[in-house]
Design a protein around this ligand. Structure first.
Ligand code: SF4
Length: 158
């Protein structure tokens, strides 16, 4: 699960997206959640410059056909791919089949990201970590799909 959704202050601006959800609280109490911030795991700082994928999405980044670029122009594609790889390694180490990642992020977005213009324009697509996890069979949900994720977990446990 995205670390920022668990209240960890790892976002680019030093904040979190902490959420109050009964299912998440239950999974936490059961010790079933593994927390990761791909960007911080890759060595990026807190705070850090906001970054967006330019002319593409996470799938394009993995294919080497798009870059992740900071607002100031720095290219951070390698950091994002490195962070996604660390998240995948965690999934493989702990046999994780379900990920709940923060929507809209160039790493963790699963249904939309921003268009690379830093003007708040959303486009359909996923971030680099979501793309890599899905490529390897991990089902990715956003924080707006917790119940759906729960139903999927129940189905996997049947
Ligand atoms: Fe949250 Fe993912 Fe961004 Fe880290 S990379 S702050 S976990 S959305």
């Amino acid at each position: 699960m995205s670390a920022c959704l668990l209240g960890k202050r790892v976002r680019y601006d030093g904040g979190s997206l902490s959420m109050d959800d009964q299912l998440i609280a239950q999974w936490r109490n059961e010790g079933r959640i593994v927390s990761v911030c791909p960007e911080v795991e890759s060595g990026m700082s807190i705070p850090r410059e906001p970054a967006e994928i330019v002319e593409g999405n996470g799938v394009d980044v993995l294919a080497g056909e798009a870059d992740v670029v900071e607002k100031g122009g720095g290219v951070v594609t390698e950091d994002f791919v490195s962070g996604a790889t660390i998240a995948l390694e965690l999934c493989q180490r702990f046999d994780i089949e379900i990920a709940i990642l923060a929507e809209g992020s160039p790493s963790c977005g699963s249904t939309f990201i921003y268009d690379g213009s830093f003007s708040g324009n959303r486009i359909a697509g996923m971030g680099v970590t979501s793309a890599l996890l899905r490529r390897h069979g991990v089902q990715v949900f956003s924080q707006h799909q917790i119940e759906e994720a729960g139903r999927t977990i129940d189905a996997l446990n049947e």
